[in-house]
Design a protein around this ligand. Structure first.
Ligand code: ZN
Length: 290
């Protein structure tokens, strides 16, 4: 499915970045370590910005609704944290300095600013905070949360694939948007899918799970993307000479996608199709992991 809120362009190489912490305007794109095929959950990164949330430029404050009063914003040259987008929630985890008495920053929200900078919202625990700009810190993503989000995300792609495989029975539909949250997971299609197909879709999705197909992350040109993906958003802009990220469920189909993924469909586990609803020519298929 198309994850249209996402920026699919390739991540910029690590560069020397000079930032105005009051505006974030000059911040370059943060290097997205989670874009790699086998994303690391830990990394040593350099702090570029560490400011109280209240000092963040007003334009960016709405990214973090309900931020606690004592929250800080930390930006780093690269990050292992998945920023909310493409229908997938952000990672949680910690950042800390190496020294025993060092600061521990609990990451509670991760968003990408329009500049491409990844902003981590969190609170400092214990003594030692806030971080000094220019210092190295260790990032650690909570593995359990990442695993759950990746399973749910791939579950959505598998439901979409199942619906496409069943096109001869249920009719042709076009992928629209999707959401892969633990409490609300669904994929939307242009076209009508009758509720009577629920069991069939669930069976076809679980057949893909049982096949335990490899899931691989690819970087393709726009032409390759159009040729190999099941749905490429019309709005997807890929700058000249850059590649776009895609996820390929080998032998089943590929999608333009910036999310995090499992290694095989078997790792997703059993999928339950909860409900199919239809409104104004759009069908919404809700699912959850059993
Ligand atoms: Zn995706």
């Amino acid at each position: 499915m198309k994850d249209r809120q996402e920026d699919h362009s390739s991540s910029a190489a690590s560069v020397k970045i000079v930032i105005n912490p009051a505006t974030m305007e000059s911040i370059a794109k943060t290097e997205l370590l989670y874009h790699k095929g086998d994303p690391p959950l830990t990394a040593t990164v350099t702090v570029l910005v560490c400011i109280p949330f209240t000092q963040l430029v007003d334009d960016l404050k709405p990214l973090f609704k309900g931020a606690p009063e004592d929250a800080y914003i930390v930006a780093t040259d690269k990050t292992v944290f998945y920023a909310k987008g493409g229908g997938q929630p952000a990672d949680v985890g910690t950042m800390n300095t190496d020294s025993a008495a060092g600061a521990v920053f609990q990451v509670r929200g991760v968003m990408r600013a329009p500049s491409g900078a990844v902003l981590h919202l969190g609170t400092f625990e214990g003594a030692g905070g806030p971080f000094q700009v220019g210092h190295a810190v260790q990032q650690q993503v909570d593995a359990e949360t990442r695993n759950l989000h990746s399973r749910i995300h791939d579950g959505g792609h598998i439901v979409s694939l199942a619906i496409r495989r069943l096109a001869p029975t249920i009719g042709e539909v076009t992928d629209l948007k999707a959401q892969h949250y633990p409490d609300s997971s669904w994929v939307e299609f242009k076209g009508l899918i009758d509720g009577k197909h629920k069991a069939e879709i669930e069976a076809a999705a679980n057949a893909v799970v049982e096949q335990d197909l490899p899931i691989t992350v690819c970087w393709w040109s726009k032409d390759e993307l159009v040729e190999r993906c099941l749905a490429v958003p019309d709005t997807l802009h890929i700058p000249q000479g850059e590649l776009a990220r895609a996820v390929d469920i080998e032998g089943a189909g590929a999608y333009a996608c910036g999310g995090t993924h499992m290694r095989t469909t078997g790792e997703v586990g059993r999928i339950t199709v909860r409900k199919i609803s239809r409104q104004k020519g759009i069908s919404k298929v809700s699912y959850c992991l059993a």
